[in-house]
Design a binder for this molecule. Structure first.
Ligand code: HEM
Length: 497
């Protein structure tokens, strides 16, 4: 609040001028409906602590195509599958730019980032690289054994904790495993080695820290003329975290170049990018490689581990669903069988659990902000050029018109349905859809099924810490760039065998 007072005091003349030009500037008359904006602040105060929930409630009043003013930023909020389809399918081209947040302009990251670039030739080349050299079925199949090894480490950690009767922080264990899975796929190194402890891991802290800064509602985004003041210290925080990541990547790249010279490369992604004998269709500069790596770690770790933590939280909160999932695993894989990637297709209930988790807890509740490149007419209303477009997938996943008992965890709803999250069913789009759909989806799909399957396999049971009853488990969400569980999920594994 003190930031807002300070802002008013210092910038009153500037803001008044801006207000005047804002009022007089011609904007389309048929903007989507929305709450009346206050001068200067617009509807900023409507966001609250959980913007995904506040905007869902506002959409119940103003409809699934709604407009807001966040400071000086015109924002359009989409809250139904029908309008999401219009935006991400019919008008995909007009909406495939990004509203770039101030946090990611640090070290000019946005200028070479696959996440933040507009749909330019540079972005298209990067997407081509990911789609044809990184996340193809063939490439993912080729490093299956690597994921298997990392899962073995998770199993042995759970076994040890079970023998000692110690508590596991499930989100943290998932994050460590996902981080190591991604770092091994990209450069054959474990970046996290502290499974259970809360001890500081420099890399992990930097990734989490950067996600946290990027997720903060930032006054610099709503009042561009005061960006230089960095009132909330977001740029400072981001510079620190990006600096740490850059330094680590720099060292890894240097080492890789040495191994390539001595022909000891392991054929991982970084070898492929650095070795000129591989034709990947693009020669990336050093800073572009580091941007790509930052994007993959930021976009891939928190999202995937949050999904695993939510799935386990829902199962521990709903013991009958847990029992059903365990029984499917033991029926298909045997009493002490361990899940492998080729088993995923044979486990419909596990797949339904993952879909239901992503419906209720989409890690990116508004996707990544899109931007209108031109005025676009949808159902006689106009989304103005330059507007930020937020697709509220959290609201769409809980839309009572689309889903029966929308707030209940019922994986069974997906058993007789072909609905999937691959971008064609607009009621379930946690990875987005269209040009900007998440390129990491095929990897995330494998990792989430593997880790959730492994955590609930029949050789373990789980009980909540401190004798907590399933119905008392705290299921509160915390808003950020990733929609996290507000309190970490802690449970004790019990060896069944
Ligand atoms: C973009 C979700 C895992 C890499 C996105 C977007 C969403 C998303 C919603 C933005 C789509 C849009 O704006 O329309 C998720 C979820 C994940 C996940 C729910 C796991 C549960 C991953 C993984 C990676 C990854 C594992 C890579 C290692 C990316 C990249 C983009 C992206 C590079 C930017 C694409 C672009 O803007 O062109 N993801 N993601 N994601 N994701 Fe993921």
């Amino acid at each position: 609040m003190e930031y807002l007072n300070l802002l008013l005091l210092i910038l009153l003349p500037v803001t008044l001028l801006k207000v005047f030009s804002w009022i007089t500037k011609s904007s389309p008359t048929n903007l989507p409906p929305g709450p009346i904006p206050l001068p200067v602040f617009g509807n900023l105060f409507k966001l609250g602590k959980k913007p995904h929930e506040s905007l869902t409630q506002l959409a119940q009043i103003y409809g699934p195509l709604m407009s807001l003013k966040l400071g000086f930023l015109t924002t359009i909020v989409i809250s139904s599958s029908t309008i999401a389809k219009e935006v991400l399918q019919k008008h995909d081209q007009s909406f495939s730019s990004r509203t770039v947040i101030d946090a990611v302009t640090v070290l000019n990251h946005h200028e070479s980032s696959i996440v933040w670039l507009p749909p330019s030739p540079q972005w298209r080349t990067l997407r081509k690289l990911t789609n044809s050299h990184i996340f193809t079925t063939q490439k993912l199949d080729s490093n299956r054994s690597l994921r298997h090894r990392k899962l073995e480490e998770l199993v042995s950690y759970i076994r040890k904790s079970a023998s000692a009767g110690s508590v596991i922080n499930i989100g943290q264990a998932a994050f460590t495993t996902v981080l190591n899975l991604i770092s091994n796929s990209f450069f054959s190194i474990d970046l996290a080695d502290d499974f259970g402890s809360d001890s500081v891991c420099v890399f992990k802290d930097a990734v989490r820290g950067a996600m946290c800064e990027a997720g903060k509602p930032n006054l610099s985004d709503y009042f561009p003329m005061i960006r230089f003041m960095d009132l909330q210290g977001v740029r400072r925080g981001m510079s620190k975290h990006f600096g740490v990541l850059d330094e680590i990547f720099e060292k890894i790249i240097e080492k890789k170049l040495l191994t390539l010279q001595s022909r000891e490369g392991k054929g991982d992604l970084l070898d492929m990018i650095l070795d000129p004998s591989h034709d990947i269709g693009i020669q990336l500069q050093r800073h572009e490689i580091k941007s790509l790596l930052k994007d993959f770690f930021a976009a891939g770790t928190d999202t995937t581990s949050a999904t695993i933590e939510w799935a386990m939280a829902e199962l521990l909160h709903n013991p009958s669903k847990m029992a059903k999932a365990q029984s499917e695993l033991s029926d298909i894989l045997g009493k002490d069988g361990q899940i492998e990637e080729s088993d995923i297709g044979r486990l419909p209930y596990l797949q339904a659990i993952v879909k239901e988790t992503l419906r209720l807890h989409p890690p990116a509740p508004f996707l990544v902000p899109h931007k209108a490149d031109n005025n676009v007419e949808i159902h006689d209303l106009v989304v103005p050029k330059g507007a930020q477009v937020l697709v509220n997938v959290w609201a769409i996943g809980r839309d009572p018109i689309q889903w029966k008992d929308p707030t209940c965890f019922i994986p069974e709803r997906f058993l007789d349905s072909k609905t999937d999250y691959k971008g064609q069913d607009f009621g379930l789009i946690p990875f987005g859809s269209g040009r900007r759909i998440c390129p990491g989806l095929p990897l995330a799909h494998r990792i989430i099924h593997l880790i959730v399957g492994l955590l609930i396999q029949s050789s373990f049971d789980w009980k909540l810490e401190n004798g907590l009853r399933p119905e008392d488990l705290d299921m509160e969400e915390e808003f950020g760039f990733t929609l996290a569980k507000a309190t970490g999920l802690r449970a004790i594994p019990i060896n069944r065998l």
